[in-house]
Design a protein around this ligand. Structure first.
Ligand code: ACO
Length: 315
């Protein structure tokens, strides 16, 4: 038995708030369509802020909350598909800004909206081999940079933000039972890059992602519960990737999860990609809904296509 627990959480969002009314001035849409189809009312978009600024804000909050100093960190992983630069990675820039030790692995990881869960599992493995037992895991995305502003079916969905967690590894802690997977597909959701397609613009078949998510979310929940030998009632709180309120509603209905055991902040943030799950964790802690001893089941899905689930406990 060995694994990680959450020690501290933090989040950071850009100041500028884009309302649904603001979106009607950019594309042919209306407030009612956006709210009823997605649950989104506002989203935060960067103006002057860098991806790195959001990472620093979220990471400092998580470190302070955990009561851990930067020199105690044994690894730093940033889940993102929109770093300021490919080199240096967001994690390397963060190492410099926070003064993390120079002899630890710091790197970015891209699993789109599922990135934070991939990063948590990666961190659990890294810390098992590290003399330092605390790790810094972030999800940060600035999707407003790669939105196709003439596509009304996608540009209304996404917001910018960062979420961070300080985790602690101990040989007496239970593993997070991460269940991760992918199914290579470049048609349903695609963002070009430095290869053959250098456009770096997001395109998505929303209906296909929706159908995929409605199947993947319960499958992940079942897999995590089976792997951990737990039942729905053993979970104190369910943290869903915030992509569409209707996807969350379908999952909570299927499992009869009561309102006091899940949370939606998509109305304020929209879909913040890799940041969505850690922002929820941080807000839940601030609201006193989860804390020391809480057992939280996180589940996400996204481009790749990717999916994942994990059971996290607060130390
Ligand atoms: N305003 C008004 N009408 C619109 C808008 C808009 N912003 N966007 C689309 N429409 C229209 C369409 O043109 C269509 O019109 P038509 O019937 O005349 O052809 C109609 O609304 C219905 O369109 P649908 O695509 O069927 O709408 P749907 O109910 O599926 O909602 C949405 C679309 C919100 C994108 C939904 O499919 C969704 O949320 N999918 C999941 C997306 C997701 O979870 N992505 C996560 C991964 S992102 C990542 O990993 C980075």
């Amino acid at each position: 038995m060995s694994g990680i627990k959450l020690r501290g959480t933090g989040h950071c969002a850009p100041e500028r708030i884009m309302t649904n009314t603001d979106m009607t001035k950019i594309v042919d849409t209306n407030e009612e369509w956006i709210l009823s189809r997605t649950g989104i009312e506002t989203r935060h978009h960067v103006t002057g802020e860098r991806h790195l600024d959001l990472c620093v804000g979220a990471a400092k909050m998580a470190l302070e909350h955990a009561g851990i100093s930067p020199d105690q960190i044994g690894a730093c992983v940033v889940a993102t598909l929109t770093p300021d630069d490919l080199v240096p990675s967001a994690a390397c820039a963060l190492q410099r800004e926070l003064g993390l030790p120079g002899d630890i692995p710091c790197f970015d990881l891209n699993a789109a909206c599922t990135g934070f869960l991939f990063a948590l599992h990666t961190m659990e493995c890294l810390l098992a081999a590290s003399p330092r037992k605390f790790g810094l895991v972030l999800g940060c995305d600035v999707l407003s940079r790669i939105i196709n502003w003439s596509d009304r079916s996608t540009c209304i969905l996404f917001g910018d933000g960062a979420g961070a967690a300080v985790v602690e590894w101990n040989e007496s802690f239970e593993t997070i039972h991460a269940q991760l997977g992918c199914q290579g597909d470049d048609q349903i959701l695609h963002v070009g890059g430095v290869g053959h397609d250098r456009t770096s613009v997001l395109s998505m078949d929303g209906q296909k992602v929706f159908k995929f998510a409605v199947e993947a979310v319960p499958r992940c929940i079942d897999q995590v519960l089976t792997a951990s030998d737990r039942s729905i009632d053993d979970v104190d709180f369910f943290v869903f990737h915030q992509a569409n309120a209707r996807i969350i509603d379908l999952a909570v209905r299927k499992y009869h999860i009561p309102p006091e055991k899940y949370y939606k902040n998509i109305s304020e943030y929209g879909n913040t990609s890799a940041a969505s799950i850690p922002i929820v964790l941080s807000e839940l802690y601030q609201l006193g809904k989860i804390g020391p001893g809480s057992r939280v089941l996180c589940v996400g899905f996204g481009g790749g296509l990717t999916w994942g689930g994990a059971l996290m406990e607060f130390a």
